[in-house]
Design a protein around this ligand. Structure first.
Ligand code: G3H
Length: 539
């Protein structure tokens, strides 16, 4: 697909399907102290990555506006979250688990009614295909429901006393404080909620800032937050990170930073906190997951998994395959099959049936992709697929770059987009050394059949990355599996149940075995006098 063909992908206004039309979303609202307030200051204009073919050319499509809040408003949100937490004595952190669960259930039931609206805005705002946008919504709903069940399970397991060395103890988990939640633009709903919901349900209060792209889709949920949670438990802020996040981190009053984005930004944010030992971090960061295609790999399957693994949502996934190592013995066969799989991927607008390649939200990335390609070409690499790297407007056609080596930026930089470096190896030591010496440590995919080779590779790779995938692309799911990384790739582990742990700390009540103590505790339990001490079973 060359740039002239790409140009033709953009629709005119009449070609937008009736059910995918969108009215500009002008958001002035933000949530603070349980009240939905109107922002009277400046607003950020939002344009869709889906450009429109107008009479006078192809133009960005105006999608809406959101508040550009300032430092003072951000600090008010912090005050609100702190007040709701009240150093752990607020209504929310001291509430019974079952009551907090009811609030989240209420939120979830309202959220479900907004499905169509949120999916449509998500599609327009970040250019994710309609079917993947729907999957993102449904996966998030399922994640929230699973989180509720995981908390019930956790509570049941701690609804008894332990006895050791003459001491009884009830061991539970309690919240940490004020959590700042910042999700990424590639999964603005799902990845935000995989931290926000566990943080909330464990009794923390939250300040939530949506990513740079993927803000407006949260608007339909502001009211649901306000209706479902006590005042100040959820607060929303919007705007430029430097203006609104710097003072929050610098205040030293953020107890947990939940951030999915680059390690560079994470480092800046962490350093702003004046008491680093008090700050807990839950971070999902950079990755450069490698695929290793062994000489006995099922080529058809490996090529299919690598094409979709590298290009789902145009390669804008932290788990995307970002470099492919191919054994020299299958160089020709694999490369041809891989390129043909890519050429079969349908390019178009996100609402089209079966579409795979779509416009990208951050068009400044297009220059970056070009820079990476030019740098590689200058040092001997080649684009080997037809029209690889062609672009127009916000659409960039995937480029497969062969003969990539360690002198090139593509070797080590996380491209986070539709540029796929490939390289050929004789000895397995070459890809192994790559993974071992990489700054990243999220996942790897190995394609092959020889059980002895797979076993010995796995034994080395599990100490380099956090997930080794056999004959399939890298991915986060299923969400009950742990999702984490080594080195620059993550801090903390997320999964439905792990997330409940990272946003809480063990707390226990202990007493010596004496008749008087037993009588006191017995009375507390029988009369339901405490919210923490309880042997109730949550069904
Ligand atoms: O961007 C990183 C996401 O966590 C990837 O999730 O593998 O389900 O696309 P996924």
């Amino acid at each position: 697909m060359n740039s002239m063909e790409i140009k033709k992908l953009y629709p005119n206004r009449f070609q937008i399907p009736q059910d995918k039309h969108i009215k500009a979303v002008i958001q002035k609202e933000y949530l603070i102290e349980g009240k939905i307030k109107k922002h009277e200051g400046p607003r950020q204009k939002v344009y869709s990555p889906i450009m429109i073919n107008e009479k006078d050319g192809i133009k960005p499509y105006f999608l809406g506006e959101y508040p550009l809040m300032d430092k003072n408003q951000a600090l008010k949100a912090l005050e609100s979250a702190q007040k709701a937490y009240s150093k752990g004595s607020g209504l929310w952190p001291t509430m019974r688990t079952q009551e907090r669960i009811s609030c989240v259930e209420n939120f979830l039931s309202i959220m479900k009614t907004k499905r169509e609206e949120i999916i449509n805005i998500l599609m327009w705002e970040i250019g994710k295909s309609f079917s993947d946008s729907a999957k993102e919504f449904d996966r998030t709903v399922e994640y929230v429901a699973d989180t509720i069940n995981a908390l019930k399970e956790l509570d049941r397991n701690s609804s008894r006393f332990s006895f050791a060395s003459g001491i009884y103890g009830q061991i539970k988990r309690s919240p940490l404080g004020v959590v700042l939640c910042m999700g990424p633009y590639n999964y603005p709903l799902n990845e935000t909620f995989t931290t926000l919901i566990p943080a909330l349900i464990m009794g923390n209060t939250v300040i939530f800032k949506p990513p740079k792209f993927g803000v407006l889709l949260h608007k339909p949920l502001i009211e649901a937050f306000a209706k479902s949670f006590p005042p100040g438990v959820v607060n929303t802020i919007y705007g430029d990170g430097k203006e609104i996040i710097t003072p929050l981190m610098g205040s030293g009053k953020i107890d947990v930073l939940a951030f999915i984005g680059s390690s560079k930004v994470a480092d800046i944010l962490k350093k702003l906190h004046p008491y680093p030992h008090r700050l807990r971090c839950v971070l999902g960061l950079d990755a450069k997951n490698a695929a290793i295609i062994l000489q006995d790999a099922d080529i058809e399957n490996a090529a299919k998994e690598c094409a979709t693994g590298a290009l789902s949502f145009n390669g804008q996934r932290c788990t995307a395959l970002k470099i492919i190592f191919i054994h020299k013995k299958i160089k020709k066969q694999f490369t041809e099959t891989f390129i043909s799989k890519i050429s079969n991927l349908k390019a178009g607008m996100p609402w089209e049936n079966g579409v795979f390649l779509t416009p990208i939200p951050d068009d400044s990335r297009i220059n970056y992709f070009e820079e990476l390609i030019k740098d590689a070409q200058k040092k001997g690499a080649k684009i080997i697929n037809d029209n690889g790297g062609s672009h127009f407007g916000t659409f960039f056609y995937p480029a497969v770059i062969s003969q990539v080596n360690e002198d090139m930026r593509l070797w080590r930089e996380e491209q986070f987009g539709p540029v796929i470096p490939i390289t050929y190896f004789d000895s397995i030591k070459e890809p192994l050394e790559y993974v071992i010496n990489s700054n990243f440590g999220q996942q790897v995919s190995i394609f092959g059949r020889d059980s002895s080779q797979i076993a010995s590779l796995t034994d080395i790779l599990v100490n380099q990355v956090s997930r080794v995938n056999l004959n399939s692309q890298c991915q986060r799911g299923p969400d009950i599996f742990p999702f984490t990384g080594r080195k620059d790739s993550a801090e903390g582990t997320l999964s439905v149940s792990d997330a409940l742990r990272v946003f809480s700390i063990r707390a226990l009540f202990a007493f010596k075995d004496s008749n008087e103590n037993k009588k006191t505790v017995d009375e507390i339990l029988k009369k339901g006098k405490s919210k923490f001490l309880s042997t109730d079973y949550i069904f």
